[in-house]
Write a protein that binds this ligand. Structure first.
Ligand SMILES: Nc1ncnc2c1ncn2[C@@H]1O[C@H](COP(=O)(O)OP(=O)(O)O)[C@@H](O)[C@H]1O
Ligand SMILES: Cc1cn([C@H]2C[C@H](O)[C@@H](COP(=O)(O)O)O2)c(=O)[nH]c1=O
Length: 226
């Protein structure tokens, strides 16, 4: 049975890498897939991973109709067994509904990848609809880490290392910062709520950076600022 799966996590947790790996594995078994993305930071019509992989993809915009995209290809003779949908947080709710319909009525798998929440810890429209409609929501196994060593669960927008809380929901960017420009840093909820980025923690003093990795799962157990 075809599935709509939402692979979700923070920025920089390996979503695009997994998207390209899944495409590789399915294509290697002779399945026909179509790659989609929207506003990848590497540019137009590309899925890029920080591990260096990059593949051409169809760029989604507000006019994209996934139902029509699949029907048109099938009418022209392509089987279209699955879709890979990266940066799915930027899709509209209606487009996510089209993806669900593609699964249910055209029996194509849809593997969607995206961050769940924005820099204010609010759901993106596309992610909200995916959480509501997906057969499964998968949290990626690779842990992105907060500066304190805890699992990063939230995305902070920063300028020069300082967290900002005002601005547009969509500002394409990376976790690598350029002076004076908006960038992102992944944090645990505790430090997101306190707006304590790595830079602020460093300025606060050594106690804020203390890390004691002694739990069985590698989670930190100490540190004054946590
Ligand atoms: N130089 C590197 N060496 C090893 N792994 C790296 C390197 N740079 C990035 N990564 C891995 O790539 C992950 C980010 O992958 P990516 O697919 O770009 O993330 P996402 O799409 O979730 O933002 C990082 O969490 C890290 O595990
Ligand atoms: C938190 C947040 C992120 N974005 C942008 C920044 C990046 O361009 C993408 C996420 O890409 P990744 O492959 O998961 O690293 O989303 C945004 O526009 N608004 C935000 O609040």
């Amino acid at each position: 049975m075809a599935e709509l799966v939402f692979f979700s996590g923070t920025m920089d947790c390996g979503k695009s890498t997994l998207a390209l790996q899944m495409h590789h594995n399915h294509a290697a078994r002779g399945r026909d897939g179509v790659l989609f993305t929207r506003q990848d930071r590497a540019g137009n019509a590309v899925i890029s991973s920080r591990l260096g992989l990059q593949r051409r993809a169809d760029e989604v915009d507000d006019t994209t109709d996934f139902w029509a995209e699949v029907v048109t290809r099938r009418t022209r003779g392509r089987p279209v067994d699955y879709l890979v949908a990266d940066e799915a947080q930027f899709y509209t709710a209606a487009q996510v509904e089209q993806l669900a319909r593609v699964v249910d009525e055209l029996s194509a798998d849809v593997f969607a990848f995206g961050i769940t929440t924005d820099f204010r810890a609010r759901l993106f429209p596309g992610s909200a609809r995916l959480v509501e409609l997906a057969d499964r929501v998968e949290v990626l196994q690779v842990r992105a880490l907060c500066w304190c060593g805890s699992r990063a669960t939230h995305n902070a927008r920063t300028v020069d290392g300082i967290m900002v809380v005002e601005g547009d929901q969509v500002v394409v960017g990376d976790v690598a910062a350029t002076a004076g420009e908006a960038a992102y840093e992944v944090l645990c909820r505790r430090h997101h709520v306190r707006r304590m980025t790595a830079r602020v923690a460093r300025a606060t003093g050594p106690s804020a950076q203390t890390l004691l990795f002694d739990d069985a799962d590698g989670a930190p157990s100490g540190g004054a600022a946590r």
